[in-house]
Write a protein of this length. Structure first.
Length: 175
């Protein structure tokens, strides 16, 4: 009887664990592009959050969005907030939470609309030569049920916009 009880408990645990995976998942994306610029020049450009207005498809999607800033751009603690009626832009904030000189810039993302959520994002730089750098853009965040059922759709949409933003960045910095 003890073996039967353990098997039953194990099965319940397995079902419970699977249900939790559906209820709460984690979405992770990474996209990269090679830009013909020295790593230091790219870092010096990317560390300023306001430069994202020049290449991010989300920042450029609504020229009428309301934005505010707090702190000194290009330093840990700087917060950029946006509020747009465009459903593809929504409302939220991005805070610089980590900087490794010449290597990476990390952000805490807080979304208010179209759905409340938190995420992390990071630019990473890898020198390929003195004049060529790989820029990687990571994004990760939890997905809650029932939205977790549609993670594959969100990943595809988000990846498309991240790739377009990286292409915009390349065009801007190589022109």
């Amino acid at each position: 009887m003890a073996a039967k009880l353990r098997a039953t408990s194990g099965n319940k645990l397995t079902v419970f664990s699977y249900a939790n995976k559906i209820k709460m998942g984690n979405m992770y994306l990474k996209n990269s592009i090679i830009i013909n610029q020295p790593k230091e020049a790219l870092y010096d450009y990317l560390k300023y959050s306001l430069h994202q207005n020049e290449f991010s498809v989300w920042n450029m999607a609504d020229p009428n969005q309301k934005t505010t800033t707090k702190g000194t751009d290009g330093t840990i603690g700087f917060v950029y907030t946006w509020d747009s009626m465009n459903k593809n832009v929504g409302a939220g904030s991005q805070e610089i939470v980590d900087m490794k000189e010449g290597e990476s810039i990390g952000y805490a993302m807080r979304f208010e609309r179209p759905m409340k959520s938190e995420a992390a994002s990071e630019f990473r730089l890898k020198a390929l030569s003195d004049t060529s750098t790989e820029v990687s853009w990571d994004f990760s965040g939890p997905t809650k049920f029932p939205m977790s059922l549609f993670t594959f759709i969100f990943k595809r949409m988000l990846a498309k916009d991240m790739i377009k933003s990286l292409e915009n960045l390349k065009a801007k910095l190589e022109s």
